[in-house]
Design a protein around this ligand. Structure first.
Ligand SMILES: Nc1ncnc2c1ncn2[C@@H]1O[C@H](COP(=O)(O)OP(=O)(O)O)[C@@H](O)[C@H]1O
Ligand code: SF4
Ligand SMILES: [Mg+2]
Length: 335
């Protein structure tokens, strides 16, 4: 992909809770170079919406997640929660906004303090952010322990190492939810779990989303995982956005060559179905020196001269479908 632009933002929708605009994340690289991890990424989410963020490992998903949470702040760009730009906020003002945004990490065990009891891990945010009494904190903590499906009698006084990966992810979810956040950023929350447990955690996240009307950014490296949970999907490649659209439409009729390659790599549930050849060849280019023009051009079967010379801007190619490609697939006229 890859393109820049903000044509897909819903600036005039008063239900927009999270608005990420022109986000840039760069790291110091070897020998004075720069790592261009995220290069002008914009997307938004309305209340209760789940945005799936997908792309290959190394495309910048976690960098986007951390920049949203200000852990650390991005190199440039803005992140607005309910109209307040949190980039550049410090101290009390940042803490007040942070309460509204929580993150669930990929590795549940290492994201929990091994020395603390489960009830203290979950209650920690309440103690920092809240003026509640001890009894209120205890009651709220106990409620969340039950709600995420942990044993309310034995779990509170145990420590993380006494739990499985799936149970630790339940603890992480309780820790995030106890603060009643507006937005949750889930960075590959099931990738480190056994396949048998993944569905349980996905179901729990789905329940939480429905029950609390949470706005969610759900990150995964394959489309199959985000497909059911997401309302809209943002496809990233090498630090930029390729395509944005509804979950169903994106899979059944991808407009960007990279989305099509990802869609074709989803394992077919029907064992009789013909096996698709690996749709994507070659490695992700280095973010130290991204290709000119469209960053996907070195792996794109449809690349032409223009793709090296000119970066494609994100534009609406079908109602509600936004694509950064000079030659999108099967482009019907806009009605
Ligand atoms: N702290 C860092 N310092 C230097 N490079 C980094 C750092 N964090 C991530 N990167 C690089 O930035 C790119 C994007 O990384 P990341 O956001 O973790 O991608 P993803 O989550 O999609 O796998 C990768 O090339 C990665 O190596
Ligand atoms: S056709 Fe060109 S612009 Fe479109 S994805 Fe391929 S290389 Fe990029
Ligand atoms: Mg990551």
């Amino acid at each position: 992909m890859a393109g820049s632009g903000t044509a897909h933002l819903r600036d005039h929708d008063e239900n927009v809770v999270l608005s990420v605009r022109n986000l840039v994340v760069e790291y110091p690289g070897p020998a004075g170079q720069r790592v261009y991890a995220v290069s002008d990424v914009s997307f938004d989410a309305v209340r209760g919406e789940t945005i799936g963020l997908v792309g290959e490992s190394g495309c910048g998903k976690s960098s986007v997640a951390k920049a949203i949470m200000q852990l650390p702040a991005p190199t440039s760009g803005s992140v607005e929660f309910e109209g307040v730009n949190v980039v550049g906020l410090k101290g009390k003002a940042l803490r007040r906004q942070r309460r509204k945004m929580q993150m669930i990490f990929q590795d549940p065990i290492s994201s929990l303090n091994p020395l603390r009891k489960v009830k203290d891990i979950i209650a920690e945010g309440l103690r920092i952010h809240d003026g509640r009494s001890k009894e209120e904190v205890a009651a709220r903590t106990q409620e969340m322990i039950e709600r995420v499906g942990l044993d309310p009698h034995t779990a509170p006084d145990r420590r993380p190492h006494e739990f499985s990966g799936g149970q630790c992810q339940r603890i992480s979810i309780a820790r995030a939810m106890v603060l009643d956040p507006e937005v949750i950023v889930c960075d590959e929350p099931v990738s480190a779990l056994d396949v048998s447990v993944q569905a349980q955690i996905m179901n729990l996240l789905h329940d939480m989303k429905e029950r609390y009307q949470i706005t969610m950014v759900f990150i995964a490296h394959d489309l199959a995982v985000v497909k059911n949970l997401s309302d809209r999907i943002v496809v990233m490649y090498l630090g930029k956005i390729c395509e944005i659209g509804t979950s169903d439409g994106l899979f059944s009729a991808p407009a960007h060559p990279y989305t099509r390659a990802l869609a074709q790599s989803i394992p077919e549930p029907d064992p009789e179905a013909p096996i698709l050849k690996a749709a994507l060849t070659g490695d992700l280019p280095s973010p130290l020196n991204p290709p000119s023009g469209c960053r996907f051009r070195t792996r794109c079967p449809m690349a032409q001269d223009r793709c090296a010379a000119e970066e494609p801007a994100i534009r609406e190619v079908r109602p509600g479908r936004f694509v950064a490609c000079h030659f999108p697939i099967d482009e019907p006229a806009l009605v």
